[in-house]
Design a protein around this ligand. Structure first.
Ligand code: EPZ
Length: 422
């Protein structure tokens, strides 16, 4: 099982290029199920979750060919409709094939995604919306079984909670539903807008994507298209936090600053002023890091996917910070591991109080989920001595070549595998 070995201390300098957004590429890949024509998606990151989604598509009769950074997805007979548990359990975002399958193939069998390290993560809102559109749903042997023999019809749907993949799943289904669908209380994350851009390129009639209310006029069919996914704002934010933590000057290149407004405000409040360009942002460690008090919320608020990384940064702030995780019920796994490095963190309910600055010392720590792993890597960069981060397969799910990118900035980081059973 691969691990990272990190020597704390070096200052980071230079440019890091952001990869395509995993959480945009995943729904875009699922959207290829809505047509029998080839769809080309450029800029998908080479990370494990994308490989898993491609395996799910292959199980559904599609083929994914790669040429340079373009993935060309071609649908086969379009008869398959079962997304198997052994794939879905490794990536809950596989549930994104549900809407497209029901809309176009009029049936789907998708393993009910289990919970994960950060919470129960139900999909009840996805299912309730599809039922409103005429799908007959039941759970059978751990699978969601959905049928719409007469196809789906439009509906006026209000999500009781903002759900990113719920919005995406139902948006995709609505493109082929008969008549008009209005979706209210939608997620406004940039990845939703990016998916909508692909769907419109495929011939869908959508307005309001990126706002709380999205309207869709269903069409008979969608055609092929080419699309480039947006840059990964969470990867970009992770490297900006690395720069604020131990950078002389780190420039995050090929990003979309407008997707990072909340983080830039928090970094500013912490004393780490950023230089913002058209598609790049530069930041360095300030003389004094100030503590902050924030709560995660839906876009355009502070992203839950940057919460763990911010907690790592705040271990170095001069004072007490308070970070509240308002999206997921169990997203402070990183706190216990950071405490092994010497951090002083008290978690009460959904709020972590971080007392800084603390002098961190290297240790062996264990990654638990994608973003918690990133927080451990960041903390290791400023911990005295050697840190070994175990189970970095969590990182490989969503960060492309992290050790190469950090190494190019000057970090002392290497990937190693001590062999079986260790
Ligand atoms: C997406 O997950 C992202 N994943 C997550 O990123 C991200 O943390 C999350 O949105 C929040 O921004 C992808 O886009 C593939 P939600 P998603 O549905 O869609 C509750 C990463 O690190 N809820 O917006 O699964 C849910 O429990 C990952 O890249 C229901 O109750 O999140 C949570 O409390 C981690 N019922 C809240 O809503 C539902 O049917 C928001 O979840 C759906 C969600």
């Amino acid at each position: 099982m691969d691990k990272f070995r990190i020597q704390g201390g070096p200052r980071l300098n230079g440019k890091v290029q952001v990869s395509g957004a995993k959480n945009a590429a995943l729904p875009c890949l699922a959207a290829t199920l809505l047509t029998c024509e080839p769809v080309e998606i450029a800029g998908t990151p080479r990370v494990r979750d994308i490989v898993t989604m491609e395996k799910v598509l292959q199980a559904l009769g599609e083929s994914c060919q790669h040429r340079a950074e373009v993935t060309r997805v071609v649908t086969g007979t379009g008869e398959a409709f079962w997304a198997p548990y052994e794939l879905v359990r490794t990536m809950r975002a596989s549930v994104l094939v549900l809407g497209p399958l029901v809309a176009r193939r009029r049936r789907a069998r998708v393993a009910l995604p289990g919970g994960c390290a950060i919470g129960a993560r139900p999909v009840d809102l996805h299912l309730a919306a599809l039922e409103r559109m005429g799908a007959e749903l039941r759970v059978e042997h751990g699978d969601i079984v959905a049928e719409a023999p007469r196809g789906l019809h439009g509906a006026d749907i209000t999500f009781s909670k903002v759900t990113v993949t719920g919005t995406e799943n139902v948006l995709m289904a609505a493109t082929l539903a008969r008549g008009r669908t209005v979706l209210r209380n939608c997620a406004r994350e940039p990845e939703v807008g990016d998916l909508a851009a692909l769907l419109v390129a495929m011939g869908a009639h959508i307005s309001g994507a990126g706002s709380p209310t999205i309207e869709v006029e269903g069409v008979e069919g969608l055609h092929g298209a080419s699309h480039r996914v947006i840059p990964d704002r969470i990867e970009a934010g992770t490297y900006l936090i690395a720069g604020a933590l131990c950078g002389d000057r780190v420039t995050v290149d090929r990003c979309r600053p407008e997707h990072l407004g909340a983080l830039l405000e928090v970094l500013e409040a912490a004393g780490a002023s950023c230089s913002v360009g058209v598609d790049s942002i530069a930041v360095g460690r300030p003389p004094i890091l100030r503590p902050v008090t924030i709560a995660t919320t839906e876009f355009p608020g502070f992203a839950t996917d940057l919460q763990a990384q911010l907690v790592a940064l705040m271990t170095q702030a001069e004072g007490v910070s308070e970070v509240t995780e308002a999206i997921f019920e169990n997203r402070f796994q990183h706190a216990l591991e950071l405490m092994r490095l010497g951090a002083r963190i008290e978690v009460t309910g959904r709020t972590a109080r971080i007392c800084g600055p603390t002098s961190l010392t290297g240790a062996t720590v264990m990654a638990s989920d994608l973003r918690a792993s990133a927080a451990l890597v960041l903390a290791a960069l400023v911990a005295r001595g050697e840190t070994v981060v175990d189970r970095i397969y969590h990182l490989d799910r969503g960060y492309e070549a992290m050790e190469s990118k950090l190494g190019a900035l000057g970090a002392a980081i290497e990937r190693f595998n001590p062999g079986p059973y260790r």
